[in-house]
Design a binder for this molecule. Structure first.
Ligand SMILES: *Cc1c(COP(=O)(O)O)cnc(C)c1O
Length: 469
């Protein structure tokens, strides 16, 4: 057999991957080796000679396995991380095996078409305007960047300035309004786009991080030039959303571009019990969201959604004589994203939407919100455990220590460390309003009520041991 016709590495990888997932799904503890251990395990001199694919894959699994964080298991609450659902993973394997360059319709007809179809499904599921365009990007970070690039293009174009041709030097200044508790990646996008992370007008938020509509109205009334307003659906620590129904009509009347960072929170639209929290969000001009969070696709998968398709395309389109442009009624995937060559993210998105269906996605969101509420209540029932904000969605924060002194950062840090060392569940920390908190995200399809109960018991046990020291 010719070496490049030896597919045994692929079969080996599939078998070992299935074995990993089956094991991790039922593991009672998931201790994970650290970075230094992994460097030692994976390191060595640069390979001089090639070797056998099957052996390489077997060896890779043996070396890497101890350092694979169990984020696909049911007791992972560390960050907003979906499960990498088996069906999404399977579609992703095919995506890699097919080796399609999802740049244009001729290079990849199926990959281009699957994006067009999945884009329509996404808009329908999220209740966004059917004519909006969707770029399939790596995640919400790049989705924020793409949406804000379209925003920058459009608000300047309306003043007669062509930012794509002439850049920002000499352009009319663009005002950027942003909530005080926006996600850090929105600031990254602002930096990439030449706006500067500090050159923004920060809008005051309430105790849970919601933008105050009155403060927004006041700031907006002071803007006379081109303006972009950045809001969010789903604050990273508290899960709350900005009051879109109050903000959006004001932005529209003012001619301001309204962007929504809805990395996970936008999916609350699919859940009958939670949809009202996002009322009015459909009136915005652009939305960034993720597939690899609540939709459970494998990494990397995000969506940049823009109401004004022409503005989206003007900001992203790549044209060259050797690249065949899409024909009438066709959609080139590269026209909506920063990359030319990339993987065909539409396949896993298409597969996961079919896997869960509209009702399954809504049920998953509802279940996660109920689990978050249950865990928050069960944990804060313990003396010395304080719930920082009421649970609105799937995210909540706790601090540990005497009730009188909720700023007991050391105790909270010690409990988080103990939980991570015990490795029954994984939960991390964050800084919120000047204090250190344990932050819990419930987003994985692998998480159910039983996993939540085991986790509550593990956290309380860790806390009691820390307190008794
Ligand atoms: C996760 C998240 C992001 C960043 O998304 P990535 O998928 O990690 O690029 C941005 N905003 C919010 C609110 C998020 O939760």
């Amino acid at each position: 057999m010719r070496e490049d016709n030896d597919y045994s590495a692929m079969a080996t990888a599939a078998a070992l991957a299935i074995n990993y997932r089956a094991h991790i799904a039922v593991a009672s503890r998931t201790p994970t080796a650290d970075y230094a251990t992994m460097i030692a395990a994976l390191g060595g001199p640069t390979p001089e000679q090639g070797s056998d694919g099957h052996a390489i894959i077997t060896d890779l699994v043996a070396r890497a396995a101890p350092g694979i964080r169990a984020s696909t298991a049911g007791r992972f609450f560390g960050w907003v991380i979906g499960q990498s659902h088996p069906t999404g993973v399977a579609a992703d394997w095919l995506t890699a095996a097919w080796g399609q360059n999802a740049g244009n319709v001729v290079a990849a007809p199926a990959a281009s078409a699957v994006e067009a179809v999945a884009a329509g499904w996404l808009l329908d599921l999220l209740g966004l305007p059917a004519q909006a365009s969707v770029g399939f990007v790596t995640g919400a970070t790049v989705a924020n960047f793409v949406c804000l690039a379209a925003a920058r293009n459009e608000v300047l174009r309306r003043t007669g300035w062509d930012v794509e041709a002439d850049g920002l030097f000499g352009a009319p200044p663009v005002a950027v309004l942003i909530g005080a508790d926006a996600h850090s990646t929105v600031y990254s996008a602002l930096r990439y786009l030449g706006f500067g992370a500090k050159r923004v007008r920060t809008i005051a938020t309430d105790a849970a991080g919601r933008m105050k509509a009155s403060a927004f109205a006041e700031a907006l009334s002071e803007q006379t030039g081109p303006t972009i307003a950045i809001t969010q659906a789903g604050q990273i620590n508290t899960g709350v959303s900005d009051p879109f129904a109050e903000i959006a009509p004001r932005a529209r009347d003012h001619g301001t571009w309204l962007h929504v960072d809805g990395a996970f929170g936008l999916w609350a639209r699919t859940c009958a019990e939670k949809a009202a929290l996002l009322a009015g969000v459909e009136q915005a001009d652009s939305w960034a969201t993720d597939g690899h969070k609540w939709l459970q696709t494998p990494y990397d998968c995000g969506f940049a959604i823009v109401r004004n398709e022409a503005a989206h395309r003007r900001a992203m389109e790549i044209v060259a004589s050797y690249l065949p442009g899409a024909g009438a009624g066709e959609r080139d995937p590269s026209a909506y994203v920063p990359e030319l060559s990339r993987r065909a993210r539409g396949f896993a998105t298409w597969a996961m939407i079919r896997q869960l269906g509209r009702s399954g996605i809504g049920d998953l969101v509802g279940r996660h919100c109920r689990i978050a509420a249950f865990m928050a209540a069960a944990l804060s029932a313990e003396d010395g455990v304080t719930l920082v904000c009421p649970v609105e969605l799937n995210q909540f924060m706790l601090c540990f220590g005497p009730e009188a002194d909720i700023q007991s950062d050391d105790m909270t840090r010690a409990v988080i460390d103990q939980v991570q060392t015990d490795a029954i569940a994984f939960i991390g920390g964050a800084s919120w309003r000047g204090m250190w908190v344990m932050r819990v995200s419930v987003t994985s399809a692998a998480t159910d009520g039983a996993e939540a109960e085991t986790t509550v018991a593990a956290v309380l046990d860790a806390f009691r041991r820390v307190r008794a020291r």
